[in-house]
Ligand binder design. Structure first.
Ligand code: HEM
Length: 181
């Protein structure tokens, strides 16, 4: 509903959302970030190895050549970084965490990985996800059948899939002529 309020303010209901509108849709951007934080499509990143010996401040010694797995899911729910880490609160990216981005140097938010092997498709992915979500929420009201809350349980695996199918009812919210092309 808050994204739809933002869409009403910046776009209105007489035209479709355009790619150039996205920079003004700061709450929508925060929703995408919060979604990537709580439900990273790659919850663990594999196939990495330490190039040099290193010792973490907490005492762990990692010899060069050790194969490493990055637990993105855990990093994104670290209570030392995120207040109410398991709650969906997009507003945190407009207040307490407004400077945190998927390219931040402090590694709090790493849905695309980081460093030399960071996802080269990150910018494309963000543009596509933001525009698609904006168009969807601008064009339709979305509710779950019988208004039940959505089961967000995930299934185990290298990619983050819902354990149960998502069922929603879409209702148009714009003039019919805007759906013709
Ligand atoms: C929301 C969408 C996406 C997410 C969350 C995502 C996430 C990731 C992650 C976590 C990695 C591993 C990084 C690492 O090893 O440290 C990766 C690698 C990669 N991604 Fe994406 N990705 C997305 C979309 C895309 C798109 C749209 C493309 C291409 C157009 C793409 C191309 C690649 C490639 C080629 C690699 C391998 C890079 C390498 O090993 O050097 N990804 N991605």
């Amino acid at each position: 509903n808050k994204v739809q309020d933002e869409l009403n303010t910046h776009i209105g209901k007489d035209r479709k959302v355009d790619e150039s509108d996205i920079k003004n849709l700061v709450y929508l951007q925060a929703v995408v970030k919060e979604t990537l934080r709580l439900y990273p499509p790659s919850p663990i990143i594999t196939l990495h190895a330490a190039m040099n010996d290193c010792t973490f401040s907490c005492g762990y010694h990692i010899p060069a050549g050790t194969q490493l797995i990055v637990n993105v899911w855990k990093i994104h729910r670290d209570a030392r970084v995120w207040t109410d880490p398991h709650d969906f609160k997009p507003g945190r990216f407009l207040t307490s965490h407004r400077d945190v981005d998927v390219r931040s140097p402090n590694y709090e938010l790493v849905p695309f990985g980081s460093g030399r092997r960071v996802c080269p498709g990150a910018s494309l992915a963000l543009r596509v996800v933001q525009l698609t979500l904006a168009r969807l929420l601008h064009s339709f009201n979305v509710v779950s059948p019988s208004n039940q809350s959505v089961d967000m349980t995930g299934s185990p695996g290298l990619t983050n899939l819902k354990a149960t199918p998502l069922e929603v009812v879409l209702t148009p919210r714009l003039d019919t002529n805007l759906y013709e092309n």
